[in-house]
Design a protein around this ligand. Structure first.
Ligand SMILES: NC(=O)c1ccc[n+]([C@@H]2O[C@H](COP(=O)([O-])OP(=O)(O)OC[C@H]3O[C@@H](n4cnc5c(N)ncnc54)[C@H](OP(=O)(O)O)[C@@H]3O)[C@@H](O)[C@H]2O)c1
Length: 245
């Protein structure tokens, strides 16, 4: 039986992923800031087949609370097979340009909090010498674009951190998986006009579980974002400055 921890468990992508693990009979430990939703999701996951569902409340920006929650997770489960970090916000880029406070808060939610959680969890995984740490970054982290470079820079920090952590923990049998979704139809993107490039949380969840099972390092979801981002990354700066993305 797999033991799975999900931080940001009320996210649409996280919930869809939790359902897949529940159907396998996994033991789940859910962490999120909305306690009422955690109760509802936990009840649903039990019906869907999860052996046990535990949960704890955490605002990820409350860094001093991280150690307590991580302690609670390992005390409850003993060890962790898969940890998925899924929390995030999509900041208003214009607000981030006019308010340093908003910009720093959004960077903390999408970047610093994840790095803090990974730092604390890494030593636990290192000690148990097995498991998968899966982090939802974003294609937005592959190149800063004027439409969302605050979010993109936070995700870039997460992707770079995950790369270094992967190299370190691979020596002790722990896999670090970086997940880079493109556009996904979730509450985060509620106000966006949807088109052909948009994916549903269910499809992303299947991709996450498959990549974790297969010991992948970095996965673009859906796969076609890999060639798209290769092109975007290779646009020369003199051209990039003239276009609007
Ligand atoms: N949707 C996309 O197009 C897309 C694309 C690429 C990457 N991603 C990434 O995918 C992940 C999941 O996002 P989603 O699309 O599933 O969006 P979502 O349904 O809006 O989920 C975002 C989650 O983050 C949680 N969260 C935000 N701030 C938090 C905080 N301070 N403390 C604890 N939890 C906090 C939210 O909790 P509350 O319910 O309490 O607000 C919510 O559960 C995120 O990392 C996101 O950046 C999404």
């Amino acid at each position: 039986m797999q033991k799975v921890v999900i931080i940001g468990a009320t996210s649409a992508i996280a919930e869809a992923t939790a359902r897949l693990y529940a159907a396998r009979g996994a033991q789940l430990f859910l962490v999120a800031r909305n306690a009422a939703r955690l109760d509802d999701i936990s009840a649903d996951l039990r019906v869907r087949g999860s052996q046990d569902v535990f949960h704890a409340s955490l605002d990820v920006n409350d860094l001093h609370e991280h150690a307590r929650v991580i302690n609670q997770i390992w005390t409850t489960l003993g060890h962790v097979d898969v940890a998925l970090l899924a929390h995030g916000t999509l900041p208003d880029q214009v607000q981030c340009e006019t308010s340093v406070d908003v910009a720093m808060k959004e960077f903390a939610t999408n970047g610093t909090s994840t790095i803090a959680l990974l730092t604390a969890m890494a030593s636990r995984f290192e000690a148990q010498r097995k498991g998968v740490i899966a982090i939802i970054s974003s294609v937005a982290g592959d190149r800063g674009r004027q439409s969302n470079y605050l979010y993109g820079s936070a995700k870039a920090a997460v992707s770079a951190f995950a790369s270094g952590l992967r190299q370190r923990l691979s020596k002790v049998g722990v896999n670090v998986l970086t997940i880079k979704p493109g556009f996904v139809d979730t509450p985060m993107t509620r106000d966006f006009k949807k088109g052909a490039l948009w994916a549903k949380p269910d499809g992303i969840a299947h991709g996450i579980v498959r990549a974790a099972d297969r010991g992948r390092s970095v996965v673009y979801l859906p796969w076609f974002w890999l060639p798209i981002m290769l092109i975007i990354q290779h646009i020369p700066e003199f051209v990039f400055k003239r276009i609007k993305l």
